[in-house]
Design a protein around this ligand. Structure first.
Ligand SMILES: NC(=O)C1=CN([C@@H]2O[C@H](COP(=O)(O)OP(=O)(O)OC[C@H]3O[C@@H](n4cnc5c(N)ncnc54)[C@H](OP(=O)(O)O)[C@@H]3O)[C@@H](O)[C@H]2O)C=CC1
Ligand SMILES: O=C(O)C1=N[C@H](C(=O)O)C[C@H](O)C1
Length: 266
């Protein structure tokens, strides 16, 4: 069986490191290169923590794709860089698997159009952890019965985007089934701006950032005399890797744009 040739963008990052490990440990995957804006021309093995990993480091994505002809790009960088990488990948005929969060709805539409034009598969997954995907699906189910909901997402204090990609995706999924409602009441007043969180379609999203946390989310529903809380916790980044593998395997077979792992899990 031919190996799936993979390029990882952001290999030194918290997620990138785990993804490198996953690719190295998976028999039918080959790490043909990495994209890292700081270490052109080196071998990954020369960088701290990658002693046994043989892969060329590129700063130039075009050069990397031309020389290595990868099948899949796994992007784990930042929103602006991730978007640039994903567009370039599709233009080059490389299938993107994107974990990077913070893309706008305009970005997603652009990528969907590019997929249609190129006929290539592309998977954008705001959360690769199976438990988080279930938490989102259970929340969507609960929202049919409860239209009052608050989303509380909690992350490590180095996170760039707020709200998290998972919180945005959860709100979007809930919105497809929740009876429209502007929560709160007309006399409600924030005495400190932001106290009620962000407003998505009338529901509120609260972003907590603390050292010690990794990635957590609680979705709370309330109605007369009862509340329902649905919570997921990731305690390490390895928790995301089975989802990365599922996405890579799926993107090699699919020719469509997928936003959210819930669309590809059985
Ligand atoms: N979908 C999912 O399940 C998950 C998604 N994420 C998302 O993944 C992304 C990465 O998260 P995380 O690993 O924690 O973040 P990190 O900050 O640890 O890693 C990001 C990496 O990207 C590198 N980088 C920045 N610019 C470039 C560039 N131009 N080319 C190549 N690499 C670049 C950074 O390098 P340097 O620091 O030197 O600038 C850094 O090593 C975030 O968007 C996060 O929200 C995170 C966890 C799970
Ligand atoms: O930055 C992170 O750490 C995470 N980002 C993703 C998000 O924004 O939802 C996924 C997970 O929550 C971890």
């Amino acid at each position: 069986m031919e190996k799936v040739k993979i390029v990882i963008a952001g290999p030194r990052g918290r997620m990138g490191k785990e993804a490198v490990k996953l690719v190295m440990e998976t028999e039918n995957y080959e790490l043909v290169g990495v994209l890292d804006h700081r270490h052109e021309g080196k071998n990954l093995a020369e960088l701290e923590g990658f002693t046994n990993v043989d892969a060329l480091v590129y700063t130039d994505i075009h050069k990397c794709f031309k020389e290595q002809q990868p099948d899949v790009l796994v992007d784990l960088t930042t929103p602006e860089v991730g978007m640039e990488h994903t567009v370039t990948a599709l233009e080059f005929g490389v299938r993107p698997v994107v974990g990077t969060t913070g893309f706008s709805s305009g970005d997603l539409s652009k990528l969907e159009d590019l997929c249609k034009q190129t006929g290539l598969g592309c998977i954008i997954a705001p959360n690769f952890a199976i438990g988080a995907v279930l938490m989102m699906k259970f929340s969507q189910l609960a929202a049919k019965y409860f239209n009052d909901v608050e989303i509380i997402e909690l992350h490590h204090d180095q996170k760039l985007d707020a709200p998290s990609g998972t919180a945005v995706k959860t709100a979007e999924m809930i919105s497809t089934v929740r009876e429209a409602k502007q929560q709160g009441h007309e006399d409600e007043k924030e005495t400190i701006v932001g106290a009620r969180g962000a407003n998505y379609d009338g529901m509120h999203i609260h972003s907590v950032r603390l050292p010690g946390l990794i990635a957590h989310q609680q979705v709370m529903f309330g109605s007369d005399g009862q509340t329902l809380s649905i919570r997921h916790d990731s305690y390490n980044r390895a928790s995301f890797m089975s989802g990365v593998k599922l996405a890579v395997d799926t993107v090699m077979k699919n020719d469509t744009f997928v936003y959210g792992l819930e669309n590809i899990i059985e």
